[in-house]
Each structure stands twice: as structure tokens, then as C-alpha cells.
Write a protein that binds this ligand. Structure first.
Ligand code: FES
Ligand SMILES: [Fe+2]
Length: 426
């Protein structure tokens, strides 16, 4: 890649082409339980390079406003959430959920001074245990998100998030690169409680030279990777990618399906959102416990959503496990196996130095689609794909098909989210 192409893709601050693209979507920004009830403590939010503070007012209304007080710049995270507003603890200025200043106690009320003060604010919406934000122009706000995990009954889904210390794109690219699974995650496939025991694992481990076929979808791509199965059949793993940063992992057996959003916090940090859901049944107690304990795509984190395995402690790498082959990299846990290597590329990967191979086809096509969408939005105002609910009703698939059958045809309706229908999985 040329340096300027890399710059175009990785920068998401206000006014950048990719930043404007991200600002046309509803993005996950908080777990609902982070704002548990009226007048609960406010929460800091960093998204697309902007520093904000979220709160739930006395009437239960959600607000996301500029973190810093309009008076002299104190962080409103220290604020008092009371009587339908967030009050700065320095001199008592108070703001409502729209960012409107409603009180400046040191000025005479009749002066009307406070009406002239308004902080930036963005709309929030709650759905599927997640609080979503829209940070774009009001007249381009898309319909609320319809991802399947967010629309199934709550007992069927689980969501977690963790801070990842690198640019969003190198994290997202890990989500659509399924060739690494046969290597990096090889130790975990047969032991992780949310992955083990499926027939697909044996195909995954038995053929380390997957052949990729990538097909455009309305909202992004389907990235098919085929491996050899019995009798000349192929085992296909087909994750969807939907613009700009939604990916799903192909399922294994009857385990819940999982996937991610990779939301830029700033250009050198992203929030990796990880979800699990089963389309037709409640998650079992054991599954939920495993997720909470950091199994599968989830990770154990501290109160600030920083992984307990991190850069500072070398991700607790176990060289003996690496040597014995018990773990391919020596880092424990699928989520941290990915995060450790993606962070090791540096805060922003220098893509002018990479050497891509055929298994990187999905990544190449996703980059092109993103660059084109960002340029078309900037030049012509063309709304990007992936905002329409129909673009979001996708599923990942794992299926054995006869050789010669194109995966899109063979998987057919299984690539779409269908209410009351289980996933297609091997
Ligand atoms: S800095 Fe907030 S009220 Fe003075
Ligand atoms: Fe991975």
C-alpha cells in the first residue's frame, strides 16, 4: 500500500474522510450496565478521537456530551448527576442530556446567560444490552441497528468489550483473516469450552492451506475460506464483513455464534467489542460463565476494560506451552492471542512494508471498499453501505459442500439472519 492510502484508512478523527464515514453509522459505545439507572455516576467515553461523557438523567434519558465544561474546561466525569442534569463540581454549571447549559448559579437567572451555552452532544440509543451512538449529521441518521445479536431475546446473547492498544484497522483485519486460525488458535480449538468438540475443528487443523474466495455482499463482503474435507468435498468457513467494522466468526457445532465490532477510540486505540449469541436457544449457564471468565472471543479485563494480560506483563506468555505446542504462540485465550499480535505491529501498522499473499484477499478487498466508500462520501456525499438493516442481517456459516459448488450458492439462505432458524454449522 502507498503511505497515503494507509493514512486514509487509519485516521478517523473529526474531518478526516474515514472519520466522516464512521460518523454515518450507529456504533456500540457502552454496555447498558455501565449506566445502570437514573442519576448513576457518569462514564467517560472516547470515540473517533473525541472525548465525551455519558450519563443517564433523573428521568432515565441518556446523554452523551462533550467531556469538558464550557466554563473553564473541567472534566464533567467529576460531575454531580442530579435533578435532570450533570453539574460541574467546580462552579456548579449544569447541563442537560442535549448538552444545553441549564444553570449558571453565579449569574443572575434573569440574565439568561446559560441559554447561550451549549456543549456538543450526540444521540444515544439502547438495544440488545448495548448503548449505541450516532456521531454524524442529524439529517443522515440511519435506522437503528438490526444486527441479529442485538435483536434476539437477552437470554440468548452476551456482549463484552476490551480496550485494544492499536489502530482499529489492524484489529479488524484480524477478524476477516481466517487463515491464522489453523496456526495461532490451533491449541485453543480443542480446549476452549466455546470452541471445542466440533467436526469443523478437525478440518481446520487438518488443512493449513485454505483457498480464499471473496464475494461482495450488499453491506460488505463474504470471505469464504475452503479447506479439504472427506471424499473430495470442501469445508467452507464463511465470515461476513459489514462496513465499516463488523465481523463474525464462523460457527462451530452448536456453540453460540460470535463476532466483533472494532470501534476506533482514537487513531492508536480501539474498543474491541465481542458478542456471542445463539439464534434459537438461551445460552447455558456454563456458556455464560465461560464467557464471563474470558473464554472464546472474550477476555478478562479490569474496571477500565483493560485486559489483565497486556503489553506491560508481556501478555503472560508461556514459553514452555509455546515450545510443547500446547499453545501455538504461548499466549492464553483466543482474544488475547489476537490482540497481543495485533498490538505488536505497533500503534499503527506500516502497510507500505507488508507482503500480502493469496490468503489476504479478503483484507485487500475490504480496504478497497473502505477507501472507495470514504472517497465517494467526501466527493459526492454517497451514503456508505452497511447502514441499512437488510445489510446487517447476515450470518457466518461453516458448511461442507461438494467441490465445484460456489460457496455463495451452496450456503444460500444460511448467509442471512432468519428468525427462529438455527445457524448452519459443522
Ligand atoms: S469549570 Fe465547570 S463550572 Fe467552572
Ligand atoms: Fe483470531
Amino acid at each position: 500500500m502507498k503511505a497515503e492510502q494507509n493514512e486514509l484508512l487509519v485516521r478517523t478523527g473529526p474531518g478526516t474522510p474515514m472519520g466522516e464515514l464512521f460518523r454515518r453509522y450507529w456504533m456500540p459505545v457502552l454496555l447498558s450496565w455501565e449506566l445502570p439507572g437514573p442519576d448513576c455516576p457518569p462514564v467517560r467515553v472516547k470515540c473517533l478521537g473525541e472525548r465525551l461523557v455519558a450519563f443517564r438523567d433523573s428521568n432515565g434519558r441518556l446523554g452523551l456530551i462533550d467531556e469538558f465544561c464550557a466554563h473553564r474546561g473541567v472534566s464533567l466525569w467529576f460531575g454531580r448527576n442530579e435533578e435532570c442534569g450533570l453539574r460541574c463540581p467546580y462552579h456548579g454549571w449544569k447541563y442537560d442530556v442535549t448538552g444545553q447549559c441549564v444553570e449558571v448559579p453565579s449569574e443572575p437567572a434573569e440574565s439568561g446567560f446559560c441559554h447561550k451555552i451549549k456543549l456538543k452532544s450526540y444521540p444515544l440509543a439502547e438495544r440488545g444490552g448495548v448503548i449505541w451512538v450516532y456521531m454524524g449529521p442529524a439529517d443522515h441518521q440511519p435506522p437503528l441497528p438490526e444486527w441479529e445479536f442485538a435483536t434476539v431475546p437477552p437470554e440468548r446473547s452476551y456482549m463484552s468489550k476490551r480496550v485494544q492498544e492499536c489502530n482499529w484497522l489492524q484489529a479488524m483485519e484480524g477478524g476477516i483473516d481466517s487463515s491464522h486460525v489453523s496456526f495461532l488458535h490451533s491449541g485453543a480449538l480443542n480446549t476452549d469450552p466455546l470452541f471445542k468438540g466440533s467436526k469443523g475443528n478437525q478440518y481446520n487443523l487438518g488443512d493449513k492451506k485454505p483457498v480464499f474466495e471473496v464475494v461482495e455482499s450488499e453491506g460488505g463482503l463474504y470471505i469464504g475460506a475452503r479447506r479439504n474435507a472427506e471424499d473430495g468435498n470442501y469445508y467452507w468457513r464463511i465470515p461476513p464483513w459489514v462496513m465499516p467494522c463488523f465481523t463474525m466468526v464462523p460457527p462451530r457445532g452448536d456453540h453460540p455464534m460470535h463476532g466483533h465490532f472494532w470501534v476506533p477510540m482514537d487513531d492508536e486505540t480501539n474498543m474491541a467489542w465481542s458478542f456471542d449469541y445463539h439464534p434459537v436457544r438461551a445460552l447455558s449457564t456454563l456458556e455464560r460463565q465461560a464467557m464471563e471468565a474470558g473464554a472464546g472471543v472474550h477476555v478478562r479485563v479490569d474496571k477500565g476494560f483493560r485486559p489483565l494480560q497486556n503489553k506491560v506483563n508481556d501478555y503472560l506468555i508461556d514459553r514452555a506451552a509455546q515450545k510443547s505446542g500446547k499453545s501455538f504462540s504461548g499466549v492464553e485465550g483466543i482474544g488475547m492471542q489476537d490482540a497481543s499480535l495485533q498490538e505488536s505491529m505497533g500503534p499503527i501498522q506500516d502497510r507500505t512494508k507488508e507482503n500480502l499473499v493469496s490468503t489476504d484477499n479478503g483484507i485487500i478487498m475490504a480496504r478497497h471498499r473502505l477507501m472507495k466508500a470514504a472517497k465517494d462520501l467526501a466527493a459526492k456525499g454517497t451514503p456508505p453501505a452497511g447502514r441499512d438493516p437488510s445489510h446487517q442481517k447476515v450470518r457466518s456459516v461453516a458448511v461442507v459442500l461438494p467441490s465445484g459448488t460456489p460457496f455463495k450458492e451452496g450456503a444460500g439462505e444460511a448467509l442471512k439472519a432468519r428468525e427462529g432458524v438455527a445457524q448452519t454449522s459443522v
